[in-house]
Design a protein around this ligand. Structure first.
Ligand code: NAP
Length: 452
């Protein structure tokens, strides 16, 4: 075999989110091919969407990071944080130094609605809002004007439920989450009273899951409001409903007959409505959202009825799906927002693989990425065993010299652990689970301080 314990298969995993760590884990869990894995991230922090996407009040979901840390602590694995693929390390440099490249950089952009008014102040993607409240360094400096009394959230997936729930919780509830300190402070002053979640199709077509929907019935200061007429489903949809749809309908029907308790805020779950225009107050700010009532055609698509309504909102969050972005040197299917691939092998490239959202699109829960990464790793191992993937002639150490020579301050797992400990202890001193550091410069300052 080409690869031996003395000269293991050297893999660069680009992206340390769930798919990247699951891929590293699958590589070290097998014994057919000796491996050495570098897991790269452009941020100084690992775990991608677990840290920056999962809702701050869903702390249990984040416990998956204990297993991730174990993987990154394996002697055959290194975490290389604060290294941007494409700039700090170009495709050509990576290709010359590693035997295989494994792309798991997710889908960091968002889809647009394509309606007038989408660029008004107060209109943004849920992706941006989530990044802001989760303390993502790209969004930390963003000034978030939370003066809206009405907010519309477009889309009925789990991300839409996450942002709506965060807008509907008390500060006391949010303090128990790991929401970024700047967001906690801003949300404390938020005058929001009505949040409208808008599904363009019917209740049977909603993408959210029941556990997340049920949480709306348990909020301290917000009543869930559902119009009975909007959740009526056809006999065909009722018959075709899987267990999630059945449970969702059950919860929605219970909300529809429930008498609102007169709480300070209301969460309106609306169906069969599409946004058609975001209205301007004359000064470039959102002043309302014009929506059109829909019906479903025989194929289950939403069709406008010509009946309109204006929602009194000053903020519109489109939550209609994430979208992958192109990285220099890596092939990209612009239309689908993914790397073109066959079951994880990058189309037209030898020794290049992909997993996660940048492989299949933005769908599924964290665990979905495990099977997805395993599928791609199997192909890589197959190619390493049959000689398709060949060892490069560069010695392993040259990658460190290359990054050092470029002045890149590589963040190691030990560095991240120091930052993690800092966030946990600062948070605990404030009676919170964690106080996230959101600015990259500040993260690096704490890390450098910890190196002594
Ligand atoms: P999603 O589940 O794909 O939902 C997107 C929503 O946007 C759908 O309701 C879709 O409606 C709607 N939509 C798309 N284009 C639209 C348009 N032009 N106008 C109006 N509505 C439009 O995406 P997501 O919420 O971003 O979630 C991404 C993935 O992460 C999902 O797999 C989700 O389950 C997962 N996630 C899970 C959790 C959790 O487990 N707690 C939390 C967050 C995210 P149509 O169906 O009509 O296209």
């Amino acid at each position: 075999m080409t690869f031996t314990p003395d000269r293991p298969l050297r893999v660069l995993v680009v992206g340390s989110g769930p798919s990247g760590v699951f891929a590293a884990d699958a590589l070290i869990k097998q014994t057919d091919v000796p491996v050495q894995v570098d897991v790269l991230d452009r941020l100084p922090t690992p775990y991608g969407l677990v840290r920056y996407g999962v809702a701050p009040d869903h702390l249990k979901i984040k416990s998956v990071t204990a297993g991730f840390e174990k993987t990154l602590s394996d002697p055959r694995v290194r975490f290389l944080g604060n290294v941007s693929f494409g700039t700090d390390l170009t495709y050509e440099e990576a290709k010359a130094h590693y035997d295989a490249l494994f792309y798991t950089f997710g889908a960091s952009s968002d889809r647009r609605l394509g309606i007038p008014g989408e660029d008004l102040t107060g209109s943004m993607s849920a992706t941006e809002f989530v990044a802001w409240y989760n303390g993502h360094p790209d969004a930390a400096a963003r000034e978030m004007l939370l003066h809206a009394t009405g907010v519309a959230v477009v889309g009925v997936g789990n991300v839409a439920l996450d942002v709506s729930r965060i807008l509907s919780k008390t500060v006391a509830e949010l303090r128990e989450s790991d929401i970024a300190p700047h967001a906690l402070e801003a949300l404390e002053r938020s005058p929001v009273q009505d949040v409208y979640i808008l599904g363009r199709r019917g209740a049977a077509q909603a993408k959210f899951t029941t556990k997340e929907l049920r949480e709306f019935g348990e909020l301290h200061i917000s009543d869930p409001i559902v119009k009975p007429a909007e959740i009526q489903v056809s006999e065909a949809d009722e018959a075709a409903a899987d267990s999630t749809v059945k449970k969702n309908l059950e919860v929605l029907r219970a909300f529809a007959v429930r008498t609102p308790e007169g709480k300070d805020r209301r969460l309106h779950l609306r169906f069969l409505v599409s946004p058609v225009e975001i209205l301007d107050d004359g000064e470039g700010n959102v002043a309302g959202l014009k929506i059109e009532r829909n019906r479903l055609d025989d194929a289950g698509n939403a069709v406008g009825t010509g009946e309109y309504e204006v929602l009194p909102v000053q903020m519109v969050l489109r939550s209609v799906g994430y979208k992958g972005v192109q990285v220099a040197g890596v092939p990209f299917d612009e239309k689908r927002g993914v790397i073109p691939n066959e079951s994880g092998r990058v189309t037209g490239r030898v020794g290049e693989y992909t997993a996660g959202w940048i492989k299949r699109g933005p769908s599924g829960v964290i665990g979905t990425n495990k099977a997805d990464a395993v599928e791609s790793v199997k192909l890589l191992l197959q190619d390493a065993q049959d000689g398709t993937v060949q060892p490069t002639d560069q010695p392993a150490e040259t990658i460190d010299a290359l990054l050092h020579g470029k002045g890149v301050d590589v963040v190691t797992l030990a560095d991240w652990k120091a930052l993690d400990a800092h966030e946990l202890s600062t948070g605990q001193a404030q009676g919170r689970p964690r106080a996230k550091v959101a600015h990259k410069a500040q993260m690096l300052e704490i890390i450098r301080g910890g190196r002594g």
